[in-house]
Design a protein around this ligand. Structure first.
Ligand code: SAM
Length: 219
């Protein structure tokens, strides 16, 4: 599907703007794929470890955080912009995975269809076990189906990939995101990321021949 963008938006660039304003400018049912990697306020509160490392702690604190209502508003906006049977890949830490994220989906056409656990290959902090993973919940908009929509059948649901340090405190794995994009979209399709951080999804789109449309509130 092709669509005309407002003049302040451009494909395949690192737009600097608020993600909710960005989503509000996109037409309904414009894209088959979106990613959302929220800047969780709850995580920052829970991760106030004394020995996290001054530099990483400072990097995290500098990023604008999202409260629960803001995350729900992002998901509502993405739900509108996704086409029927489109996918939202939602990054979750274990705190939100275990305590529940169902309220964020209320009123949307999105339901959980799968999940991938990302093994970062290095240990982080933790009061009990130490964090080595994050979780990517796969949500699909109605009509929910795999056949003819999810075309790759060689992606394991535990994925080990190391990410280059120093680019962004929350950078996500390029190869995993690229494989998922390729699984649920066609060359030339548009992929949305309204809180793109280091724009790893843009890089994945360039590798996979998809068009990227996304922003971050920070420069
Ligand atoms: C967890 S990071 C995303 C990391 C990204 N997935 C990557 O691979 O680099 C979340 C990002 O959300 C951004 N953010 C927070 N509030 C935002 C808003 N209202 N609009 C757009 N971006 C926002 C933060 O600046 C931060 O870079």
């Amino acid at each position: 599907m092709s669509f005309t963008l407002p003049t302040n938006l451009q494909f395949d660039t690192r737009l600097k703007m608020d993600g909710l304003d960005f989503l509000a400018q996109l037409p309904d049912e414009a894209a088959p794929v979106a990613f959302l990697d929220p800047q969780y306020r709850g995580v920052l509160d829970k991760l106030a470890y004394g020995n996290e490392g001054v530099n990483r702690g400072r990097q995290r604190a500098a990023l604008q955080q999202m409260d629960e209502a803001t995350i729900a508003a992002f998901i509502e906006g993405i739900d509108r912009v996704l086409r029927a049977s489109g996918h939202l890949f939602l990054w979750l830490d274990k705190f939100h995975l275990c305590s529940g994220f169902a309220p964020w989906l209320a009123g949307t056409q999105l339901t959980v269809v799968d999940m991938v656990t990302w093994d970062k290959g290095r240990m982080g902090m933790g009061y009990r076990t130490r964090r080595q993973g994050e979780h990517l919940v796969v949500l699909q908009k109605e009509q929910r189906r795999a056949r003819g929509v999810w075309t790759a059948h060689d992606i394991p649901d535990v994925w080990r990939e190391r990410v280059e340090r120093g680019l962004h405190a929350h950078r996500k794995p390029l190869e995993l995101q690229g494989r998922l994009i390729a699984a649920v979209s066609e060359p030339g399709d548009v992929v949305i990321d309204p809180a793109a951080g280091s724009f790893s999804v843009l890089e994945a789109c360039q590798q996979q021949g998809r068009r990227f449309l996304g922003c971050d509130i920070e420069g």
